[in-house]
Design a protein around this ligand. Structure first.
Ligand code: PGA
Length: 260
């Protein structure tokens, strides 16, 4: 049984002070968070400390970062390493987000090094993959997903891969209000699981959580999670509103035990 994961990617939003206020609001909404789901928020680097302080050690909300650099320390102006994130209380790190790939030129080999750094330092990576609209329309979605998995994951041993989560995020669905249909997401998730079975192993493929991301809202989360192929969601826009995020969490819980 894979435990569902709902992760909020705040992207480049909220100053440290705004983030502290927001984290307090989120805590109130999720004070009785369901225990059958893992919850993660990924604020900007500059807000990790303030969010951590507000959430406190007993919070059901875990901390994630949006990126890291693969070296541990040194002359890498502007970069942040895995040990720095660990020290700030991060448990997760988002890697290979399509915005990093398209706006900052990240590629498979670099993402692979970042995954290695995450594994080495005990951070749980959420590896984002997904096709562009042109690639989908050209019928090459499966091929693109397979290539993105191969270039980032081949060669790792089974042990570190136990901590991997994959997020299927079709680029055309991110921030557009146009989510993939449940059927489209399920098909992609089946492809990803099949590729993981050959790249890693069938048992890793069976245990790895695959999230869907791309215009997830309170309106479509239930339909997306109606399939047992979809193990949770990576949420952008809708996680910036505490009520929306908490409602999504509630809808994602099989027990539906919290008031929002
Ligand atoms: P969105 O972003 O929910 O705003 O579409 C998702 C993401 O980029 O992870």
């Amino acid at each position: 049984m894979r435990t569902r994961l709902i992760a909020g990617n705040w992207k480049m939003n909220k100053t440290a002070s705004e983030a502290a206020t927001f984290a307090a609001e989120l805590s109130r909404h999720l004070s009785k968070a369901p225990t059958d789901i893992e919850l993660v928020v990924a604020p900007p680097f500059t807000a990790l400390e303030s969010v951590r302080r507000v959430l406190g050690p007993a919070s059901p909300i875990q901390l994630g970062a949006q990126n890291l650099f693969w070296e541990t320390q040194g002359a890498y102006t502007g970069e942040i390493s895995a040990p720095m994130l660990k020290d700030l209380g991060c448990r997760y790190v988002i890697l290979g987000h399509s915005e990093r790939r398209t706006l900052f030129g990240e590629r498979g080999d670099g993402i692979r090094k970042k995954l290695q750094a995450a594994f080495t330092h005990g951070l749980r990576p959420i590896l984002c993959i997904g096709e562009s609209l042109a690639q989908r329309e050209a019928g090459s979605t499966d091929e693109v997903l397979a290539q993105q998995i191969h270039e980032s994951l081949s060669g790792f041993t089974a042990e570190p891969l136990e901590s991997l989560t994959v997020a299927y995020e079709p680029i055309w669905a991110i921030g557009t209000g146009r989510s993939a249909t449940t059927e489209q997401a399920v098909t992609a998730h089946q492809t990803i699981r099949a590729v993981l079975a050959t790249t890693a192993s069938p048992s890793i493929a069976e245990r790895t959580r695959i999230l869907y991301g791309g215009s997830v809202t309170t309106q479509n989360i239930a339909a997306l999670l109606s399939s047992d192929q979809i193990d949770g969601a990576l949420i952008g826009g809708a996680c910036l509103d505490a009520t929306s995020f908490a409602t999504i969490v509630k809808l994602a819980s099989t027990t539906r035990s919290i008031g929002v």
